[in-house]
Design a protein around this ligand. Structure first.
Ligand code: ZN
Length: 240
C-alpha cells in the first residue's frame, strides 16, 4: 500500500491536479487529505469536488470550518477573512454542510491524522518547534501522526527526547513516534513555491516528500480575475 498524504490545498486547483497526477504516476493506491481544502485561492468548489471524488479519509482544517460556518470572521487577519467570505459565496449549501461534518481526528491504517495538533485540535495550535510537538505527542497513540496547518514540511521524532529530522525522506523505526507535517499543496510557506506532499509506503516503512512545479501563472491569474487580494497571488511565488 502506497498512500499519498496531502494538506492545505487552499483552493489551488493547478497545484492539486499536479499532485494527484504525480501520486498516480508514483504508484499511490490510496489518498489521505489533512484539511484546509478551501480558502485563499480561486477554485474552492472544484478542489472540494476533486477531493470528494477520491473518496478518501479527510480531516477538517480551520479554513474548512470557517467556510462551512456562518460565524463572524471580524477577528481574523483581514486578507484571510476577505478570501473566506468570498469562498463562502462560491460554495453550495451542500458543500458547506460537507465541510461542517468533517472530523477533527481520524485513525487510518496504522496512523493518525489531524489538521493542527492532537492536543486541543479544535483550537488550531501551530506546531512550529519541538516543544509544540511534545504537547501533541502526549496524545498520540499510533507510531505516526500526519498533520498540516503551518504549511511547512517538518518531521519530529520522539524517543527519550524530541528531535527534528530532515523533511526529505524518513525510514520509520518501530521504537520511535513520529509527528509529520506533509507541507502544503496550494500555499507553501517554507520559501519553496512548489506544491508539496508526501508518500507513505507501508511495506517498506518509508516516507518520501515530493515537491512539484505547477502552472502557478494560471493560479495567480485566477486569483486576480476573482477580485481576491493581490497579495494572495504574489505570496504564492514567494512560497510564504
Ligand atoms: Zn492552511
Amino acid at each position: 500500500m502506497r498512500i499519498a498524504l496531502f494538506a492545505d490545498i487552499h483552493a489551488n486547483l493547478e497545484a492539486l491536479e499536479t499532485v494527484l497526477a504525480d501520486a498516480a504516476e508514483q504508484g499511490c493506491t490510496d489518498y489521505v487529505c489533512l484539511g484546509d481544502i478551501v480558502g485563499y485561492n480561486a477554485n474552492p468548489s472544484e478542489c472540494l469536488e476533486r477531493v470528494r471524488a477520491l473518496d478518501c479519509p479527510v480531516v477538517k482544517g480551520n479554513h474548512d470550518e470557517d467556510c462551512g460556518g456562518d460565524h463572524s470572521l471580524d477577528a481574523m487577519n483581514p486578507t484571510a477573512a476577505e478570501a473566506l467570505r468570498w469562498t463562502r459565496e462560491q460554495l453550495s449549501e451542500e458543500q458547506r454542510e460537507y465541510l461542517r461534518t468533517l472530523r477533527m481526528v481520524r485513525q487510518v491504517e496504522d496512523f493518525t491524522i489531524v489538521h493542527s495538533s492532537l492536543d486541543q485540535p479544535q483550537v488550531w495550535n501551530y506546531v512550529s518547534n519541538k516543544f509544540d510537538a511534545m504537547s501533541s505527542f502526549s496524545y498520540q497513540f499510533t507510531r505516526v501522526c500526519f498533520h498540516g496547518h503551518t504549511h511547512v514540511p517538518r518531521v519530529f521524532a520522539r524517543d527519550t527526547s524530541v528531535k527534528e529530522l530532515s523533511a526529505e525522506s524518513v525510514q520509520f523505526e518501530d521504537n520511535l513516534k513520529y509527528f509529520v507535517n506533509v507541507g502544503s499543496v496550494g500555499q507553501p510557506r517554507n520559501g519553496d513555491w512548489r506544491a508539496c506532499y508526501a508518500i507513505y509506503d507501508i511495506p517498506s516503512n518509508t516516507l518520501v516528500f515530493r515537491r512539484l512545479e505547477y502552472d502557478i501563472l494560471t493560479t495567480q491569474e485566477k486569483i486576480r480575475q476573482a477580485g481576491l487580494p493581490d497579495m494572495l497571488a504574489t505570496r504564492l511565488a514567494e512560497g510564504r
